[in-house]
Each structure stands twice: as C-alpha cells, then as structure tokens.
Design a protein around this ligand. Sequence first.
Ligand code: AMP
Length: 211
Amino acid sequence: MRLILLGSPGAGKGTQAKLISAKFGIPNISTGDILRENIRQGTELGKKVKDCLERGDLVPDDTILEIIDARLKQDDCHKGFILDGFPRTVAQADGLDHLLKRGGIALSVVVALVTDPEALVRRLSSRHTCRNCGADYNAQGAAVPERCTRCGGIVDQRDDDKEETVRYRLEVYQKQTAPLIRFYEETGQLRRVDGMASVETVFQAIVGELA
Ligand code: AMP
C-alpha cells in the first residue's frame, strides 16, 4: 500500500501515520521528522534548512525531492509506505509522480484530512512534543509531563508551534499545499476524511478508505 496523507499542519497526519504504519507494517515517511532529525544532528542539510523550519516556510522543492528519492529507495519501502507532510507543493507532487513512474509503482490512495483552521490554531499552539521520539502531548485541559511517558525524552513546545508561527504555517498551507487537493481530485485518487473527529474515528475512516 502506498498512501499520501494530506492535510494542514495540526490536522493529525503524524498521529494517523503512526497508527497506519503499525497496523500495516509499512514505514511512515515524515519529511518534517527527517528535517528535524538533521537539524538535531547538525548535518549540512540540517544547517541549510534550520531557518526555514523556524520561520514556518517550506524548504525548497529540490531539497525535499532529493530526500524522498533517497528514502523511497530503501528496502523497507518495498512493501509500501505512508507519506506524511509530503508532497506540499504541486512541484513536489509532479516530482513524486516522476519518481514513482521511474520505479514502476503507483500510489494506492491520497487521504485528505478535512479540518477547521481556527480549531487547528488552538490544537497546535497547545501541542507539546517529545524532542526524542516525537510523541505529541496536548496541553488543552490536560497536564503535559516534562518527560515523555514512552521514552523519557524532554517534552516541550516545537519552535514552529508558537501561535504566530502556526498562523503563518496555515497561510503557507492554504497558498502552497491546498492546491494539491484539486491535483489529486483530478487523478481520481483523493478520498476525504473528517479530521476533526476523534483519533480512533479518523483512523477507522482512513482504514475504510484503504480497504
Ligand atoms: P511538519 O512536521 O510536517 O509540520 O513540517 C515542519 C516543517 O518542515 C515545515 O513547516 C517546513 O518548514 C518543513 N517541511 C516538512 N515537509 C516539507 C515539504 N514536503 N516541503 C517543504 N518543507 C517541508
């Protein structure tokens, strides 16, 4: 199965991608996670993209396509994969199309999580994330632990989850990524799922689309 999860920042792509990955035994490829890991390790790529991530701007398409090209060539992708946070522009979607055709493979489905932007500002600006394993903790109404309950890593707010940056990231999404909905509607691969429902309901709806 080869799946794209589309949706604005905070729509729950990461949460759902992890659940689908566990259920179907296919890797979850999150370009955001790959970039953050490079920043943490201080690689050349990390140094190049750090400012972009802090501002909430998109990293250049060429850089992202190189990352995806290398990642999709790894053995664990043979059974399939989930793309979370990629593609984010029409140029990236075209680039992906080219890479898949070259590899003689096709996407199974593109699931778009449909969400309400104002609710996302609240969701994201109260989100705290484990710096080590990426687990999300939501501060809305619940106490956030200082240490991750799964791995013991430090839990704090991502720089780009500050409210002002969240609003900017949502604008970037509207301008640059939302056109992908039309793009995949035209290829006939788009399925819409209500992203404002509970994690379990959204998960079941996605699984239903994969059947
Ligand atoms: P995410 O964790 O998916 O919200 O991504 C965090 C940040 O990483 C984004 O705000 C961008 O700066 C960068 N990023 C992640 N994926 C992409 C992509 N496909 N294209 C461009 N920039 C990306």
